[in-house]
Ligand binder design. Structure first.
Ligand code: GLN
Length: 264
């Protein structure tokens, strides 16, 4: 016996995400790990695994270690320049696809696309929709372009700033919406703050988007926003000036999470 540690040795230790970390280092799926649980890791594999265990124990999210995260029916590359896609955001997809038919030739805009999840998932599900997406981070856009499964017009800009003069049928966004002193931020320290925090009440960016959106919407077009658990009433109040048919949605945890309104 060489005395090197086996898969089984690691699986029986109480280490955070150890199964996923082993799958990452060994390139095997979970079933294979259990089947070959007596496999002794090489020095190289042990060093790599130790490094990943350290990162995970320091709180680095698993998605940043693996470099990818599933969202809806697709797998997305992520990097520390992008937020890690959340299951709550899948709600926006469900709402959006109900608004138009997949073969309707509409123009939709995803503001602050990050890794591209919203624009890319919609483009993939709705073949006739023409998607545009913005982000102010070039590094995020690089990732989004790698993730795209079909043509999307990407723009590097702060919300609408340098968008061509064009009107959309749907503006959709998961903007930053966390208040700058929210204690929950300490759990999100590995993600880009510019994708999370939006001023004192978390509403600075949502205010900007709602103010500018009418210039970029066709009459009858929709705005659809993700927001924080306690922002529904304030956002409704911001929308009533220019929008009608305001509808609010809870996420799958029963938390107020999205708002839809029509420009009319
Ligand atoms: N939904 C994320 C969270 O609270 C925040 C993302 C955002 O601000 N858009 O963890």
């Amino acid at each position: 016996m060489s005395g090197r540690k086996t898969i089984n040795d690691f699986l029986s230790e109480d280490l955070i995400d150890i199964t996923q970390l082993l799958t990452l280092v060994l390139g095997q799926n979970k079933e294979q790990l259990y089947t070959y649980s007596n496999y002794e890791l090489t020095n190289k594999e042990l060093n790599k695994l130790d490094e990943l265990i350290q990162h995970r124990q320091n709180g680095k999210p698993f998605a940043y270690l693996s470099g990818s995260q599933g969202f809806y029916h697709l797998d997305f590359k992520v990097s520390p320049a992008t937020l890690i896609p959340r299951p709550e955001t899948e709600l926006l997809i469900d709402i959006a696809v109900e608004l138009f038919r997949p073969n309707q030739k509409i123009h939709a805009l995803d503001l602050g696309t990050g890794s591209g999840v919203i624009a890319i998932t919609l483009a993939d599900k709705c073949p006739a929709w023409q998607l545009s997406a913005t982000d102010q981070s070039n590094d995020a856009l690089k990732i989004a372009k790698l993730n795209a499964t079909r043509k999307i017009d990407f723009y590097c800009c702060n919300w609408f700033k340098t968008l061509p003069n064009k009107k959309f049928d749907l503006i959709i966004s998961n903007p930053p919406y966390i208040a700058e002193n929210d204690p929950h931020l300490k759990d999100l320290q590995f993600e880009p703050t510019e994708a999370l925090i939006s001023g004192k009440d978390g509403l600075d960016d949502i205010r900007t988007i709602i103010k500018l959106a009418p210039q970029y919407l066709n009459l009858g077009g929709y705005i659809l926003l993700e927001h924080g658990y306690n922002q529904k009433i304030e956002i409704t109040n911001l929308l009533v000036n220019s929008f009608t048919n305001i509808k609010t949605y809870k996420d799958y945890n029963g938390v107020d999470r999205a708002i839809l309104a029509q420009y009319s």
